[in-house]
Design a protein around this ligand. Structure first.
Ligand code: MLT
Length: 389
């Protein structure tokens, strides 16, 4: 006899995950035989560099790697991550206590709330922002307080505008620069202000640095290089975007040892770590020739010129991204983000992400990625021209 299956309250009214829903719509249109240009999810189209793949191939054959990995990550992986932090930011961390491996930074972001958010806790979250900050908070009974990112504020949250009682009650503050989806980069002065704010109110800063290596001006700062940052913050790094490794699921969190330990404690209870062969390949990535990343950055820069220039010519002007591989495009007057995204998909076969999928403050924008070759970006612009917006 069938039983009544009742979903938990926390997922009962949860809308589908943004990119899962876009995938569904995409499949529907593709099934009609449309040649889609996917500028939706931020998933690099170039293969993982060959030396990383080769390292995996070798490591996968080693029986020592077929057993359970260490929960917190191989010490050698954590040492490689610490060495990378030292080279990139001049930040010295103890790999044994200040670094933990992650099954991609998405996992760590979600589990951060399990470790540190109690029911009723306030979590400050950028809006628009990566959906997992809010979902992780709400799964654990926390209350999201949204910080609008507006163009007139260079897409930085106005920390001074947060009401005193909210700031006092807040447990965590999520930041993410280079920023998804607005493509803004935060100056050092903003991180200094954020650290002072966190100190004043006793708030933990969680900095999502998944796009740390994709920038077109000065290297964006790590919050851990800011004076006082190490006392209040944990930073999430991912190999996904930096080394075109989204499918591999590996990243790391680095920062205050108590924050790293709390996250690690959750992970020992809910997952069993990252396949060691993947960790060995990740060591090859982190310790390898940085020219690999320079080349990817140069490729995105060239694509940025193609897409931003093209959009400008067809009457969809936007700011060139300062970082990330996203382009945040204002929606022409009279259209909504979802309305324009639907037209792009249905009438032009171009997949884009409606800005309001990242939060209410994302209304009025669509997000396009640079994760397609320049010729496809040119073709996308031509097709969008046909929409006559
Ligand atoms: C995005 O497109 O916003 C991200 O790639 C999604 C993700 O990293 O999970």
């Amino acid at each position: 006899m069938p039983i009544e299956i009742k979903k938990a309250e926390r997922i009962r009214n949860l809308p589908p995950y943004l990119f899962a829903e876009i995938d569904r719509l995409k499949r529907e249109v593709a099934a009609r035989g449309v040649d889609l240009i996917n500028l939706g999810i931020g998933d690099p189209d170039t293969p993982t560099p060959a030396h990383i793949v080769e390292r995996l191939r070798e490591a996968a054959g080693n029986p020592a790697n077929h057993r359970y990995p260490d929960y917190e990550g191989l010490l050698t992986f954590r040492q490689a991550a610490a060495g990378w932090m030292q080279r990139r930011y001049g930040v010295t961390v103890d790999p044994a206590t200040e670094v933990v491996s992650l099954i991609g930074s998405k996992e760590g972001i979600a589990n951060m709330a399990v470790a540190f958010v109690d029911p009723g806790d306030i979590v400050l979250v950028p809006d628009p922002g990566y959906p997992v900050y809010h979902v992780g908070t709400s799964f654990n009974g926390g209350k999201t307080y949204r910080l609008p990112l507006r163009r007139e504020n260079a897409f930085l949250p106005d920390l001074a505008a947060i009401p005193r009682e909210i700031a006092r009650g807040a447990k965590l503050l999520w930041l993410n620069y280079p920023n998804n989806p607005t493509a803004a980069v935060a100056p050092r002065a903003f991180f200094e202000e954020a650290v002072r704010f966190a100190e004043r109110h006793g708030i933990i800063i969680c900095h999502d640095a998944a796009y740390a290596e994709i920038y077109f001006g000065e290297r964006p700062p790590s919050i851990l290089e800011i004076p006082g940052g190490r006392e209040v913050a944990i930073e999430f790094h991912s190999l996904s975007k930096t080394f075109s490794m989204t499918g591999w699921r590996i990243g790391f969190a680095v920062g205050h040892p108590e924050l790293v330990a709390g996250l690690g404690k959750v992970k020992t209870n809910v997952d069993s770590g990252v396949f060691q062969a993947t960790q060995e390949a990740a060591i090859a990535a982190l310790t390898g020739d940085p020219a690999v990343v320079d080349r990817l950055r140069a490729m995105y820069r060239e694509r940025r010129e193609v897409l931003v220039g093209g959009l400008q010519r067809i009457g969809l002007p936007c700011d060139p991204p300062a970082g990330t591989f996203y382009v945040w495009v204002p929606v022409p007057r009279g259209l909504t983000a979802a309305g324009l995204a639907t037209r792009c998909l249905e009438e032009a076969g171009v997949v884009v992400t409606p800005g309001n999928g990242f939060g209410d403050a994302g209304e009025g924008y669509i997000r396009l990625t640079l994760c397609s070759p320049s010729e496809r970006l040119r073709e996308a612009v031509e097709r969008l021209r046909g929409l006559d917006l």
